[in-house]
Design a protein around this ligand. Structure first.
Ligand code: NAP
Length: 308
């Protein structure tokens, strides 16, 4: 069997080693060396050029190297085979660590204490126990659910919001448009872990911020397009939002003159919340290939009708 690999990582060695180890019976073709197109059974890709995948007549499945598939959804010629997003344990663990870090920083008022230290100013700010802090996770998929469970284990008062109903121990679950207002009204720290779809683009806007308690905080580690930047800056200026930790941006890299860089109440990280490690990513791809070869339905297939 043959797998076409298109990867933008600068260090390909661990990926090629993991592919050789986990898929020893596969020939690996490294893009742009496609070779005989009819040989290719699987494609593992990031940002494939439009038409590349459609030119592979015997393709059985497409694996995305990224969790999101927005990098390939714009290809109008995507073949009618399962498109599988990247779900792997390193990515989940790193996202949860990022979310927990940002929530703890916001909960413990790290921005304020940092500023006080710069001024050599000793003042004990309003102290709250974790169970007095209401965290709300938008998106209870693979990443949102894990983050919600770990925050609940740290004794935060955690709720989540999703498209369909969920039941997660220790997490108050809301869903759909009907559940959104109540979910927002009880959220002090809002974490966005939604996929980027037509329904979620620009969801973090002025009208959503107005439904949060005054002084709530925002963590966006999903996609920059979820956030309306002007609305956040306005909400920060009005203290409707007290602080924000942003990992993803409408324009990446964040332009040097963007006001987020110097905003005293915004923490910027350069899209590093979650990442894949070759060994665990290829382990996940190989397990799904074995499922397909055994005639089973693959896991984590994207539903382009829903957009994720
Ligand atoms: P997922 O498993 O597909 O989960 C998506 C969740 O969002 C589901 O709970 C889904 O509801 C919910 N949802 C989708 N559309 C909705 C809507 N219109 N209203 C309410 N809920 C909606 O996704 P995931 O693997 O957890 O990943 C989430 C996102 O994280 C990715 O799409 C990507 O953008 C982002 N990400 C960022 C980084 C980074 O480094 N910053 C890294 C990896 C991923 P249902 O449960 O009802 O389907």
């Amino acid at each position: 069997m043959t797998l076409l690999f298109k990867c933008d990582h600068t260090d390909l060695a661990p990926w090629l080693a993991a592919l050789a180890e986990q898929l020893p019976d596969h020939r690996i073709r490294l893009f742009p060396e496609v070779g005989a197109r009819e040989d290719v059974d699987y494609a593992l890709v990031h940002a494939p050029p439009p038409g590349l995948l459609a030119s592979l007549p015997n393709l059985k499945a497409i694996f995305s190297l990224w969790a999101g598939v927005d990098h390939m959804a714009s290809d109008p010629e995507l073949p009618r085979v399962p498109v599988i997003r990247m779900v792997e344990r390193c990515m989940t663990a790193s996202m949860t660590a990022h979310v927990v870090r940002q929530v703890l920083n916001l909960h413990t008022q790290a921005i304020d204490y940092r500023a006080q230290q710069a001024d050599r100013h000793w003042a004990q700010l309003d102290l709250k126990a974790p169970f007095e802090r209401r965290v709300g996770i938008m998106g209870l998929g693979v990443l949102g659910r894990d983050a919600a469970e770990k925050l609940a284990a740290l004794r935060f008062d955690v709720a989540g919001w999703s498209g369909s109903p969920k039941a997660i121990a220790g997490v108050a679950c809301y869903h759909g448009e009907d559940g959104l207002t109540d979910f927002l009204a009880r959220t002090d720290i809002l974490v966005c872990l939604l996929p980027m779809t037509g329904a979620t683009r620009g969801i973090l806007d002025r009208s959503l911020f107005a439904r949060l308690p005054e002084g709530a905080s925002l963590v966006n580690c999903a996609r920059g397009g979820h956030l309306v930047d002007e609305d956040l800056l306005e909400a920060l200026a009005e203290d409707q939002i007290s602080s924000a930790a942003l990992d993803v941006f409408n324009e990446e890299p964040l332009p040097p003159d963007h006001s987020y860089w110097v905003h005293p109440r915004v923490v910027v990280t350069p899209h590093i919340a979650a990442f894949s490690v070759a060994a665990t990513a290829i382990e996940s791809v190989a397990a799904n290939i074995r499922r397909i070869e055994a005639g089973k339905t693959p896991l984590y297939v994207v539903d382009f009708g829903r957009g994720y």
